[in-house]
Design a protein around this ligand. Structure first.
Ligand SMILES: NC(=O)C1=CN([C@@H]2O[C@H](COP(=O)(O)OP(=O)(O)OC[C@H]3O[C@@H](n4cnc5c(N)ncnc54)[C@H](O)[C@@H]3O)[C@@H](O)[C@H]2O)[C@H](O)CC1
Ligand SMILES: [K+]
Length: 216
């Protein structure tokens, strides 16, 4: 059931259908995305001594901040390196920031913490990437790639165009990628495969409509 690969437009359409027509709240999907990533982190035998989640303020970042919370509650040393203006976060990511604040999850603005992590979670961009990456976002991706740490990407390695596999200026080279609902066609290209590592497709409750016909 989960073997097909989809485009960015399909991912966005299935998300919107699940939220707006079926009625599963967006935060429920985000929690499932975070739990799936968290489970892959725990199962894949990574060194979890110092985890840094690098997150931007879109929903990919929200997934990452929720992963940071799940790790923190487990007693794992985790920090969040936040990129972008939190005042412009999506509503779900603003909610994740509020929850993270309740748990006093540490935030860092020091890229050395990224470089010295034992595991990095890439939650900068997913299917919302829309232009070449520059500035602080590019600096963070270069730091992730310079680190000895293993890197796990959420949904798409940041900087990879999920339709074409093209590197949008610069892109995270991940050891493993937890991608949501279906694989993305860009991750099946040569550059896509080089950047995503081992791909885990996570069932988070989002399905193509033809896959749901048997259930209604
Ligand atoms: N929709 C859902 O409920 C779910 C989404 N999931 C995750 O969300 C991302 C997609 O989130 P979205 O907010 O649409 O986009 P991104 O987070 O990927 O990024 C959008 C954000 O970034 C800005 N932007 C785009 N390109 C650049 C750039 N080159 N430089 C700087 N900024 C850039 C853009 O303007 C937006 O503000 C999806 O991949 C999933 O990870 C969940 O999985 C759950 C369901
Ligand atoms: K990502």
């Amino acid at each position: 059931m989960m073997s097909k690969a989809i485009t960015i437009a399909e991912a966005q359409r299935y998300d919107a259908h699940t939220i707006n027509e079926i009625g599963i709240p967006a935060l429920v999907l985000m929690e499932r995305a975070a739990l799936a990533t968290f489970n892959n982190l725990l199962n894949d035998d990574f060194d979890l001594s110092r985890v840094v989640v690098v997150a931007a303020t879109g929903n990919n970042g929200g997934d990452g901040i929720a992963v940071a919370r799940l790790l923190h509650i487990r007693g794992i040393d985790v920090e969040v390196y936040l990129l972008g203006d939190p005042a412009k976060a999506t509503s779900q990511t603003a909610q994740q920031l509020k929850i993270a604040n309740y748990y006093h999850i540490p935030f860092t603005s020091d890229l050395n913490h990224v470089v010295n992590a034992t595991l990095i979670v890439d939650a900068i961009f997913g299917v919302g990437l829309s232009r070449d990456i520059t500035g602080k976002f590019a600096d963070a991706i270069n730091a992730i790639n310079a680190a000895d740490a293993k890197t796990v990407a959420i949904d798409v390695p940041s900087g990879i165009n999920a339709d074409t596999g093209e590197v949008m200026g610069v892109a995270v080279v991940a050891d493993s990628t937890t991608t949501m609902a279906y694989n993305k066609i860009g991750l099946l290209t040569i550059t896509g495969k080089q950047h995503s590592g081992t791909v885990h497709v996570a069932d988070i409750g989002i399905y193509a409509q033809d896959h749901l016909e048997h259930a209604r």
